[in-house]
Design a protein around this ligand. Structure first.
Ligand SMILES: Nc1ncnc2c1ncn2[C@@H]1O[C@H](COP(=O)(O)OP(=O)(O)OP(=O)(O)O)[C@@H](O)[C@H]1O
Ligand SMILES: [Mg+2]
Length: 250
């Protein structure tokens, strides 16, 4: 089941403050794209939301219950990283089935679920291929299938198509949009590409330069003309990149 996500005053300091304070909320079943200049803390924020890292300030709520970093079993959060992170010595189906093991399902059921999700990701017929024998686009689909197989309440994607060529990228954008329509998961999707965000997100969130805050939240409901929206977002990101370059080094 999709869950509502609330980020409440979340901040993170490493050696320098990275995220000052960010608050936003994502309704269940929304597809949110997160944009912002390099190094503003997008990956850090995703890791905090996923419970992979503690916040320095603030709280993340999933359906009103706080996410506790390291407490992996309290929530089902699917994560897709920029690189596919598949194990090369396992087939695609085995890679997907592996993440189901901690859920305590019997082996036959794990295999069936893995095959079903590979099918959903457009990989029917390739279940028994090893990652090394498939294309980059196929591996990224398998990584998406793996994230979806646990039936996550929230799906976090960190520039999942960054390593793909333009054509594969467009295909994958359509695929992820289709999967989202079919499964209605809450998705938080980080991207560098404004065109990509405008093409697939229902809500666009722009972070500011580091130490970051929220610069803008835009409902991508077609009310603003697409070309103008892309233009406005490009202007915003250029301003933030300039601000960041004027600040501390990354
Ligand atoms: N584990 C860590 N320890 C110390 N500093 C870190 C750590 N992780 C990230 N940082 C710093 O936090 C800042 C934000 O990093 P982060 O990867 O979250 O940014 P990002 O917005 O995802 O960048 P990019 O657009 O390049 O992916 C950077 O300055 C980075 O050096
Ligand atoms: Mg990043």
């Amino acid at each position: 089941m999709a869950m509502k996500l609330q980020v409440v005053g979340v901040g993170k300091d490493y050696l320098i403050p990275v995220i000052e304070r960010v608050s936003f909320s994502v309704e269940a079943g929304e597809f949110v794209c997160l944009l912002g200049p390099n190094g503003c803390g997008k990956t850090t924020l995703l890791r905090i939301i996923g419970g992979l890292e503690p916040a320095t300030r603030g709280t993340v709520l999933l359906d009103d219950r706080p996410v506790v970093a390291g407490d992996a079993h309290s929530r089902k959060v699917g994560v897709v990283f920029q690189e596919d992170r598949l194990l090369p010595w396992m087939t695609l189906a085995e890679n997907v089935a592996l993440v189901l093991k901690p859920l305590g399902l019997p082996a036959a059921e794990r295999r069936a679920i893995a095959r079903r999700h590979l099918g959903l990701a457009g990989l029917a017929g390739f279940e028994d291929y090893y990652p090394g024998r498939t294309s980059g686009g196929m591996r990224q689909r398998a990584a998406i299938a793996r994230a979806l197989a646990i039936e996550p309440d929230v799906l976090l994607m960190d520039e999942p198509f960054g390593a793909l060529d333009a054509q594969n990228r467009r295909i994958m954008q359509n695929e992820v949009r289709r999967i989202w329509k079919e499964t209605r998961r809450t998705i938080l999707f980080v991207t560098h590409s404004i065109e990509e965000a405008v093409a697939i997100g229902t809500t666009l969130i722009m972070m500011s330069a580091r130490p970051s805050r929220l610069r803008e939240t835009i409902r991508n409901d077609g009310r603003i003309e697409r070309a103008k929206l892309i233009d406005d977002l490009n202007t915003m990101i250029m301003e933030e990149v300039e601000r960041q370059q004027g600040g501390a080094p990354s």
